[in-house]
Structure formats: C-alpha cells, structure tokens
Design a protein around this ligand. Structure first.
Ligand code: GDP
Length: 431
C-alpha cells in the first residue's frame, strides 16, 4: 500500500509535520524528487529540525528512509544532515540511497550562483543549491548516477569530457576560474566512500516490500504550482512535484499509489518570483508573516521572508486536482485566530471576466483576485482535539474551503506539534 503526501500550492504548506505523523504508521518513507533546495520543519520529541534531503521518517526506528532515483542527491549535505541528527541523540536511521539517483556536482552549485548573478533582476529566485543545472544535465544526459562511481576508468573519462564543456561557460560566459577534472574526480571518490553504506537498488527493495504488504509513504517537496509542466512556468522547480511522479522517482508502479494526501495551508505563502494573485502587502502582510507557521513565514533552508497572502481557492482547487487528491490536510489554521474577518480568493478576474479555473502563466500575470470575506473566530484553537469543538466560524471556514475546492478535508492541523491534529473521518477515525 502506497500513500503520497504532496503540496497543493507553492510549497511550505506544512507537509513535514503531516509526513512525520503518517510516517509513524509507515514501514518505508521515500523522497522521490527535488533536492536540498527546500526544507521541511519537523518538531518532535527530539526537538525542532529542518530536513532538506532526508525523508521525514528518520525519527522512527521502525522506518526505512529511501532517497529515490528522482532526487537531486547532494552527498555532503546529506552527510551533514545525518550527523546533525546524531549530534542531537536521534538514533542512526536506516537509510537507503538509490543506485540510480544522480548527484549534485560541485559545479552545479557554482553554475546556479553564476547564472543567478548574470540574470540579476531577471533571476528566478533560485536557492542556489544547483537544482536547475543538475536537472538540466540529467536530461541532457551528462549527469552522474551514483552507480557510475563504481566504474572508475569510465568515470575519469566522463569527468574530463564534461569539464571541457562546462569550462567554455566558466571562461566565456561567467568569467570565472576553470574546473579542474582531477579535483572533481577526487571529490567523487570521497562521495563514493560517504554513500557506500547506503547504496542499493531501491526500486527492487520497494517491489519486494510491497509484495510483503509493507506500507510506503512517498514524500513530495514543494507543491503543484511549482511543477515544471503544470505549475507557473518558468517560476517553477526543476522536477515534478506531483504525486504521479512519485511512481517514477521511487521506481514503483503508478497503480500502487492508493492515497494522495494533499496539504493545503489555511492562507497562502510563496518564495521566489512569479505571479501570486492573492498576495498581500504592508502591515497586513507583515502581521500574517510574523504570526505564520511556527516562528513566522521565513524559509526553512534560506531564512528568506516568504511572500504571504489570503487562501487562494482557484489555485488550491487546481493544485488538488493536479495531484489527484484523495484527502486534504488543512494546516496552520490556528494562525488565523487573530483576524476579525478573513478574506479568501474565490475567483480570478482576467480581462474583465471572472474564472475559477487556474490559467496559464501569461493569463495569470493579468489576474486580479475576487475576494470573499468570511467572519473570523477570534480565539485560540490550539489544544482542540475534536472537530465539533472548533468555534462555529472556524468550522464554517473549513467547510467553505472544502466546498470550493471539491476535495474532502479529512485532517486539520491546529498547531506545529505532532499531536496537534483533528481527524475528520480520516481512515475510519472520527474523533
Ligand atoms: P513544508 O515544506 O510543507 O513541510 O512546510 P514547512 O516546513 O515550511 O512548515 C511550515 C511551518 O509551519 C513549520 O514551521 C511548521 O512547524 C509549521 N506548522 C505546520 N503545521 C502547523 C500548524 O498547524 N500550525 C502552526 N502554527 N504551525 C504549523
């Protein structure tokens, strides 16, 4: 049985917490796309952690954590992350790395930085983790799979061949120092010794696990609107953020994915550039940003202040549809308790016409939000365990959202902690 946890919007929906919770009931947790460019924040008995590459299952001793073939694997970052857990007394997690995962090379990070600097004001707002150059190389067929570390002669030759090409860019486009193939080869040999204990055919491992009836959780990064095909291209990430890609990035059959839990935050936030129709500014934004998430809406990886806005139901309905949502997890609802009235975006006005269907990027740039204002509940809802015990206006907010997006909200998160969760008929749990 395979479940996926994915985001409906621009990322930072609070997937980390929901994954951490569901990982408890899973045998295996798999990262299937993305790299160390985004982060999940998890708060549990060991403390507060920002995970970038490791799956959220690493805190449980019964789960195996898999870095799938679809991931942009930054080996030194991964090793540091493992060490940071051990330093804080988390027992060594069981980790497997796909032999087909490709590696973020040191020059991917350099190229990302240089390109952002070259584009200056027109940049994509990259986190400079090398993700775009990494995936470009993967599809240009000049990337390096972990498996290639084991054929040293072929590896040496390939590194030289690729440095030749990259150095043209280094010299003539960026005017930066040239890459040294020998140094890169030596770095790769260090990477090899670092990953050696973890590398295996993870697709085969998952195949066998599924045959034995194990529960697998696919953990997505970012959200639907950052998908390179279905998102706000080109202000997207470089690997698919959709649950469907979980099959490819983990190496399992698509029909095995039975539950798709899409995480939606009770208001909007986004990092980086790109159209953001329900964005708010000034004091109103500053207050939401400061109160948002747990300790404010600032990037888990970069510390950058996030852009914030009201819940965008046009984007969310689309985001849930593209994921193939079976259940919605509605998060960070507690944060809205300070508002007298809560605006939500129920439509886009584009060239004088109102639509509730999410458009392509060029149309999106022109969209103006159509807002509906719902009454606030003006109280603290943390600590509440039962849906019926939520204030009436809070329930009305949830039910309005559910009706507009057309997917059932079965989990409500009313605080950052692991047990701050309200089930609404989720998996037979009605409490
Ligand atoms: P992810 O990338 O989707 O996992 O999102 P983040 O790691 O950025 O999580 C968003 C932030 O919200 C984190 O600081 C979480 O601890 C916090 N968080 C998650 N759920 C809730 C919630 O229900 N209420 C509050 N107040 N904070 C939450």
């Amino acid at each position: 049985m395979v479940k996926a946890i994915v985001g409906a919007n621009w990322g930072d929906e609070g997937k980390g917490k929901i994954t951490d919770m569901l990982a408890k009931e899973s045998d295996i947790v798999v990262r299937f796309q993305g790299g160390a460019n985004a982060g999940h924040t998890i708060i549990n008995n060991y403390g507060k952690f920002a995970l970038h590459t490791l799956p959220s299952g690493v805190f449980y001793d019964h789960t195996t954590s898999i870095i799938g073939n679809g991931v942009a694997l930054n080996i030194p970052v991964l090793m540091k992350e493992i060490q940071s857990l051990l330093d804080r007394d988390v027992p060594m997690p069981k980790i497997l790395i796909s032999d087909r995962a490709q590696m973020v090379m040191p020059y991917h990070i350099l190229l990302d930085e240089y390109e952002e600097a070259r584009l200056a004001g027109k940049s994509f707002g990259s986190t400079k983790s090398g993700i775009a150059p990494f995936y470009s190389d993967k599809y240009a067929k000049i990337g390096f799979q972990v498996s290639e570390l084991y054929d040293e002669e072929a590896l040496k030759e390939k590194v030289e061949r690729i440095c030749l090409q990259k150095n043209v860019l280094m010299e003539h486009l960026y005017h930066k120092p040239l890459l040294n193939p020998e140094e890169i080869y030596n770095t790769l040999m260090e990477y090899k010794s670092m990953v050696a204990p973890y590398v295996c055919d993870t697709s085969l491992y998952l195949h066998n696990a599924l045959k034995e009836g194990k529960t697998v959780l696919l953990e997505g990064q970012l959200g639907s609107l950052k998908d390179p095909d279905h998102g706000i291209y080109p202000m997207v990430t470089s690997s698919s953020t959709l649950a469907a890609y979980g099959a490819i990035g983990a190496g399992i059959p698509p029909y095995e994915i039975k539950e798709i839990i899409t995480v939606v935050k009770a208001y909007s936030s986004a990092v980086g550039a790109g159209a953001f129709v329900s964005e708010i500014f000034g004091d109103e934004a500053e207050e939401l940003r400061r109160r948002g998430g747990d300790g404010g809406e600032y990037g888990a990886t970069t510390g950058r202040p996030r852009r914030v806005g009201w819940l965008d139901l046009v984007a969310t309905k689309y985001g849930c549809r593209m994921q193939g949502t079976t259940d919605v997890a509605f998060t960070v609802l507690d944060v809205l308790g300070y508002l007298d009235e809560i605006p939500v975006c129920v439509g886009y006005e584009i060239d004088g016409e109102v639509t509730t269907d999410f458009p392509t990027t060029s149309q999106l740039e022109k969209a103006k939000p159509v807002l509906k204002v719902l009454p606030g509940w003006k109280c603290e809802i943390r600590g509440i365990k039962k849906y019926e015990d939520l204030p009436e206006n809070c329930r009305k907010y949830v039910e309005f959202v559910e009706e507009q997006i057309g997917y059932p909200i079965r989990l409500i998160s009313n605080g950052p902690g692991r047990d701050e969760i309200i089930y609404r008929g989720f998996e037979g749990k009605t409490e």
